[in-house]
Design a protein around this ligand. Structure first.
Ligand code: PLP
Length: 395
């Protein structure tokens, strides 16, 4: 028993969530985050994982990971620039740079860490950061840590972006335009060619968070910058090693000079231990697999197109999705939670996403299709969506 005074504070906050109907129990996963999973003892089809290419449980990847442990041990035991800069780490970065068709890549501990470490290291007082209103939390926090000023433009709205540039550019030394490439709640894509064009016109730098683009868009999954043919034209392309590459870590791709600077200035690089050998071994193997064959990326798109056609054919509102992230927009918050719960009763796991993560009244269940789903599994999901949709008067 404890009589810490903080407990009452938490209990009230939790009670508040419960009374709003937005309290969610954490599911307990009993195995790998595959297309079908064991959840609280039940077999369930999984539409929640970011394991886009189905590589999280791949035998060759696991073998590479184990081999890295055998040679390098289980942990890095140091920050990168003290004594954790292994040959394996450097191999991973040069392979990723080759894959991303960029001069250099710098890997840090996670995508979140990469954004909160990089943004304050590349901007300073007297600079301006211009950010899409729906950018990821890690970008928002990275901007908070920067001494630069910030302005927010309307989601994907180039007129709104240009207006800010026109009115403010002359008042600042450097200006950085920052955007997610693929937005994780809607699956829509930022108009990077227009953003790069505006950046040239107004002498601004560009920063693209490609967490949900790499492994999905572009040739063989090289990402959104490659998809638009903009290689070498975006100053900073951030990516994660935790989604389509389903391990752990984040990276920033760009110039060699950028890497030189960040290695000596990004605080998570300086003050936090780097990712373990097991992760590095797995990332190297996965990058090699992606460079050898586009089979997994092709399968991902085949499944995505199939599932989307079925959902919209039924009359579900899937918003402006252009990627394997498919929101099924329900509306009211408690209805979206209810919809997700009913799916799960029928052994389909699709997470409800509600205010404040998305705007009020746009509660949804978010589906993520992977390369690993079979036609049978997707058909089963469609059957359950139809049943629950009718039960709840959504269809
Ligand atoms: C997931 C995500 C991140 C964070 O990446 P992690 O490697 O999971 O820390 C950053 N940005 C976006 C857009 C993301 O979706």
């Amino acid at each position: 028993m404890s009589n810490r005074s903080s407990i009452q504070f938490f209990e009230e906050k939790i009670q508040d969530l419960k009374s709003k109907g937005t309290y969610k129990e954490l599911p307990v996963l009993q195995g790998a985050n595959d297309a079908e999973i064991l959840l609280n003892g039940k077999k369930v089809i999984n539409l929640c994982s970011n394991n886009y290419l189905g590589l999280v449980n791949h035998p060759k990847v696991k073998k590479a990971s184990i081999e890295a442990i055998e040679k390098y041990g289980v942990g890095a035991s140091s920050a990168r620039n003290i004594i954790a800069n292994t040959d394996l780490y450097e191999k991973m970065e040069s392979l990723l740079a080759e894959f991303k068709r960029e001069e250099a890549v710098l890997v840090s501990q996670s995508g979140f860490n990469c954004n909160i470490g990089t943004i304050p290291a590349i901007t300073e007082k007297g600079d301006l950061i211009i950010s899409d209103e729906l950018n990821h939390a890690s970008i928002i926090d990275g901007i908070r840590l920067s001494k630069a000023d910030k302005k927010i433009y309307d989601h994907l709205d180039m007129d709104s972006l240009e207006k800010i540039l026109k009115e403010n550019r002359k008042n600042y030394k450097k200006t950085l335009i920052i955007t997610d490439s693929v937005f994780s709640m809607d699956g829509d894509i930022a108009p990077l060619p227009e953003i790069v064009e505006l950046a040239k016109q107004y002498d601004a730098m560009t920063y693209v968070d490609d967490a949900h683009g790499t492994g999905i868009l572009g040739e063989g999954g090289r990402g959104t910058v490659d998809y638009f043919g903009l290689n070498g034209q975006v100053d900073f392309t951030m990516g994660t090693l935790s989604k389509a590459i389903p391990v752990i870590g984040g990276y920033i791709a760009g110039s060699k000079a950028m890497k030189e600077w960040l290695l000596r200035n990004a605080r998570p690089i300086l003050f936090s231990t780097c990712i373990p050998p097991a992760a590095i071994g797995a990332v190297i193997k996965i990058t090699e697999l992606m460079m050898d064959s586009t089979e997994q990326v092709d399968k991902l798109w085949e499944n995505t197109n199939y599932f989307k056609e079925k959902l919209s054919g039924l009359g579900f509102n899937i918003g402006n999705s252009k990627t394997p992230i498919i929101p099924v927009i329900i509306g009211e918050e408690d209805k979206a939670v209810d919809f997700s719960n009913k799916l799960l009763e029928n052994r389909v796991l699709a997470s409800s996403i509600i205010f404040p993560v998305v705007p009020r009244g746009t509660g949804r269940v978010r589906c993520i299709v992977t390369a690993e789903h079979t036609k049978e599994q997707l058909d089963k999901c469609i059957e359950v969506f139809t049943k629950v949709g009718k039960e709840m008067d959504i269809l």
